[in-house]
Design a protein around this ligand. Sequence first.
Ligand SMILES: [Zn+2]
Length: 547
Amino acid sequence: MKRSRAFGRMIVGAAALAACAPGSLGTALRLAAQSSPAPSRSIGPGPKLAAMKKDAAADVENMRELSQQMVDQIFSYAELGYQEFETSKYLTGMLEKNGFRIERDIAGMPTGWTATWGSGRPVIALGSDLDDIPQASQKPGVAYQAPIIAGAPGHGEGHNSGMPLQLTAALAVKKIMEREHLSGTLKLWPGVAEELGGGKAYFVRAGVFKDVDICLFAHVGSNFNLSWGDRVGTGVVSVEYTFKGESAHAAANPWRGRSALDAVELMDIGWNFRREHLRLSQRSHYVITNGGDQPNVVPSNASVWYYFREIDYPHIKELREIGDTMAKAASMMTNTEVSSKVTGAAWPQHFNKVVAETAYENVKAVGVPKWSQEDVTLATAIQKELSQPQRGLTTEIGRLQGPVRLEDNIGGGSDDIGDVSWNVPTVTLNYPANIPGMPGHNWANAISMATPIAHKGVTAGAKVVAMTALDFLARPELVQEAWDYFRTVQTKDQKYQPLLASGDQPILSTNAKTMEQYRPEMKQFYFDPSKYKTYLEQLGIKYPTVR
Ligand SMILES: [Zn+2]
């Protein structure tokens, strides 16, 4: 990583100047302030910082109606990866109104943007994902499957809550920075198409994080969780293979045809046999995105889309190479041609020790939200519906988890925050806005996401982010410590090498047809906060609705 830490050096430089030439110090500092303001001196961990954090948390609490509106609004937009147009327009509009400078079309993505406020160091990046899940449309607050629109996408991952959390936190921090004249920059950014591994690696490549000092990422969970070091889970490379054959009348002249669908099926069969002999930590899955048109035409084009997941970079690459071999072999068996394109990627995640420990102190101070009887009733009812232990909602914060050893990493999901985490000290804060025991990527995960459960979880999470941002703004030495860990521990032996090749571009047309199909109907259900206090009220849902 090439990166000059002007931050630390400027403090030393100013002090040295003061010692030898006191007369010129004022001029020098003024000049510095015009270009890139010197960071404030450390306020230290004392009562002044504590009071600032308390005020920020109180401000977040006062903004809970605004947070609720944002959570409900984005829930109602329910947009799939790369199609987050309404969501992005709404968020950038809110941020612009609050004095943030917006940059659009980041990394060539129409739904990619950044919003910055303030000046100078440290630069604190606040991010969260935007996109939702196919066919996960669900009425909030109802403890059984009840789509708002059958077949439509929905927030069955809870990505409608993260940016409202970050925006609320940013507004609270901004107010304190103005009051206390703190140097520093807040930079909000969205996780575009996270479900496709389609955003963050491109953001990294576009340089979004090159001037960032600390990244605080937020992701929905069913509790407060933080970890540092290598995290349990995988990285992924997402590849679509397309086979090209020759069409023919499937009954009259089948011997004239070469079936691209045969190639897809043979590749999948090969992969599924090979699966037995792959490492236990791998995860791989596919969908056939094009299987031909109709049975009486030999399919001349067919495509299959794979996610290759493994726990470290060399094994992700190796898995993808096996996939390439399978595809080549299938094309040889069927006398077809094969091409492939990378449609997304995510590095395994590694979070920063200093940032995680700092944030965890704030989690301890904020604690789990106070749930109502209605909240617990909803949770227990959906747990019963899905034959899960009926444990209701979380009542105690999770532990701060340390690094997982490579040999103990059993694999699991991925998140392209991994790419960011290998470029700048980063943590993901999981916050309690969902119900424990849900399957993930499912309508059931949407149930809580426009109810008081999500609203309270977002307010609690925003307090933690605001307090943590203030820790780093007020104590430049913490930024330095975070970078020391990043340099001397995290990246000592392992350096970031993108899984994307330089020619790989985001496939912006992904999900466009699905949104085109459903958006007109979905528009009728967009949240209207000028008429209704909550989305539950607009939909006329009694909270909670249980069997
Ligand atoms: Zn997610």
